[in-house]
Write a protein that binds this ligand. Structure first.
Ligand SMILES: Cc1cc2nc3c(=O)[nH]c(=O)nc-3n(C[C@H](O)[C@H](O)[C@H](O)COP(=O)(O)OP(=O)(O)OC[C@H]3O[C@@H](n4cnc5c(N)ncnc54)[C@H](O)[C@@H]3O)c2cc1C
Length: 288
């Protein structure tokens, strides 16, 4: 199918993109196009104008400074997966990016487009939720920061408002004793997450002092698994502890579990503990 007609503008700077958003009500930002263009072609979206931000240099790149990782919104999945700095400072995010779709999707798709689209089966929101990322947004009222807990508000919805542009995402770099991992049960055709789990555990003198776990794919938005986290704190991370903690995930799933032709809600609920345990085991092995 063809999209409905739209005007096309290309912005060279964030200021120019903001001015174009103001001038063209209802316009959509275009980054890698891997989620927006299918929506246009299916006529599930019909914006009057597209503002192409794909060449804004200030929105690209990864820096690690003073314990904080800053990732520009236009950084592609391939860039995230290939970054030595990211693999050292935030291995779970590099690991998740490496598992996104296929090479074409990873080379064009961006972290900003991925989180703004907020597909429940996306990988990066799960990792960013577990790690308590902060999102820097430029809008009509200036620049503000939104925490991951408040950024993903529901199925394909975020705290971004009309005329907002996400410019960067910040995450705390991995600390001593902290191990993290992302695992997913991929849909065999699209590679989207049927279930995705991000886990981070911090171990000091053999005891777990901090834990952060998030689940994606089987719930409408990336969600922290608080019951799993609580079952880990203060414990020695033995295989038995990890299995017991993983089984707690049923409490965190709520009643709104997603299901489709490929994997029913009951099936996803039944296998969720297995994937949580795998993520915890991988994170714990790295946290030693
Ligand atoms: C075949 C296929 C398989 C895929 N598999 C996976 C997978 O396994 N895992 C996964 O996580 N994803 C997957 N994806 C999605 C992919 O990661 C996309 O790259 C991503 O969802 C959107 O990023 P984009 O840069 O292409 O954004 P676009 O398509 O350009 O934009 C998406 C939305 O975000 C908005 N937007 C973009 N940038 C900004 C910004 N800076 N500020 C505010 N709003 C913005 C746009 O206006 C639009 O509404 C897949 C996609 C395809 C086509």
């Amino acid at each position: 199918m063809y999209s409905s007609p739209f005007d096309y503008y290309r912005a060279a700077t964030v200021d120019e993109a903001s001015a174009l958003l103001k001038k063209h009500p209802g316009a959509k930002l275009l980054a890698g196009g891997h989620s927006l263009i299918p929506l246009l072609k299916l006529r599930l979206a019909a914006p009057p104008a597209l503002i192409d931000i794909g060449r804004i240099a200030e929105l690209k790149g990864i820096t690690v400074k003073d314990g904080t990782i800053r990732i520009g919104a236009l950084t592609t999945h391939a860039d995230l997966a290939a970054s030595t700095a990211l693999r050292e400072s935030c291995p779970a995010l590099a690991e998740a990016a490496k598992q996104v779709g296929d090479p074409a999707v990873r080379n064009r798709g961006t972290i900003g487009g991925n989180v703004a689209h907020a597909d429940p089966a996306s990988d990066l929101p799960t990792v960013l939720t577990a790690l308590g990322a902060r999102f820097t947004v430029t809008g009509p009222r200036g620049t503000r920061t939104i925490d991951a807990g408040g950024f993903f508000t529901g199925m394909m919805t975020t705290a971004l408002e009309d005329r907002d542009l996400l410019s960067a995402i910040e995450i705390a770099a991995r600390q001593k004793g902290q191990g993290m991992a992302y695992v997913k049960f991929s849909h065999p055709a699209s590679r989207y997450a049927v279930i995705g789990v991000a886990a981070s555990v911090t171990v000091s003198s053999g005891t777990c002092t901090a834990a952060a776990v998030a689940i994606g794919g089987l719930v409408p938005r990336a969600t922290r698994a608080a019951s799993v986290e609580q079952a880990l704190i203060g414990q020695t991370l033995s295989a038995g502890t990890l299995a017991r903690a993983a089984s707690e995930v049923a409490r965190d799933l709520g009643t709104d579990i997603l299901g489709d032709l490929y994997a029913s809600a009951d099936y996803r609920k039944a296998v969720a503990p297995v994937w949580v345990k795998r993520a915890l085991a991988a994170a714990a092995a790295r946290g030693k």
